[in-house]
Design a protein around this ligand. Sequence first.
Ligand code: NAD
Length: 277
Amino acid sequence: MVPTITLNDGVRIPQFGFGVFQIDPGQATVDAVKQAFDAGYRHIDTAQMYGNEEGVGQAIAESGLSRDEIFVTTKLNNNRHGRDEAQKALEESLTKLGLDHVDLYLIHWPLPKRDDYVETWRGLEQAKAAGKVRSIGVSNFQIPHLDRLAAETDTVPSVNQTELHPTFTQPQLRQYHRDNAIATEAWSPIGQGGELLKAATVTALAEKYGKSPAQVVLRWHIQLGNIVFPKSVTPSRIAENIDIFDFELADDDVATISGLDKGDPGARLGPDPDEFN
Ligand code: NAD
């Protein structure tokens, strides 16, 4: 049921997946990822920073699914920037995941004040050339950071994973992505399950479509073309979140949800990438 999106390097990514940020390492991660596989998820979004790559790897090994049925993303930790260091860190992630390659590898944060993301990107280019990763991208990059990669390196990131939900829709960044063939990945897609899901606009549409508020918001992302991977450890919610491929929002309802945007920077739930160091 889950559509795929073809990235600018030809790699196909499932548009919907499972995020594992803040899931306890060990058995909690193994259990949650297995629940997700059982519910039909085939795309897992983890990171070195989350500390749970081993649990993801264990769930993959025990799933009985073949490697090419699963799409795995991990991300370079902030303390591992640098051309050589990025490649060493990826090796460590692969060992923890029990894989010989990941499908997508991201620079987790640009850390612009350290001024080393261009050099780090060259490390990702080398990792791709070595077959350790099928596709390389970035996370939390702002337009000037993407411009610098374009000016100084040979590879356009396949994705930029960025905070994005109906109260923070990032219109300029999404337009930049469209203009430059970068796919948009939306983190905290349901606003971390907070006020957004109680907003009258969202609950009214949930009633109209006979779906939950989370399903309406996730469907909004899918129709905008965003790649999403909501997180949950609750089996019923894991199943609920992927059950969004049997209905379609009308165009004016998509626009109504987009109208919840509060603009930058006030509506961010997470750090400002220009400041985060
Ligand atoms: P999210 O928007 O996916 O919200 C998850 C929370 O919403 C859950 O903890 C739960 O409390 C609640 N929830 C889940 N399903 C629900 C449902 N059906 N109904 C009501 N509440 C529900 O937030 P997130 O975990 O921050 O983001 C998703 C993923 O994005 C992460 O797991 C991670 O993979 C990625 N991420 C990346 C970055 C980055 O810097 N690149 C930052 C944050 C998150």
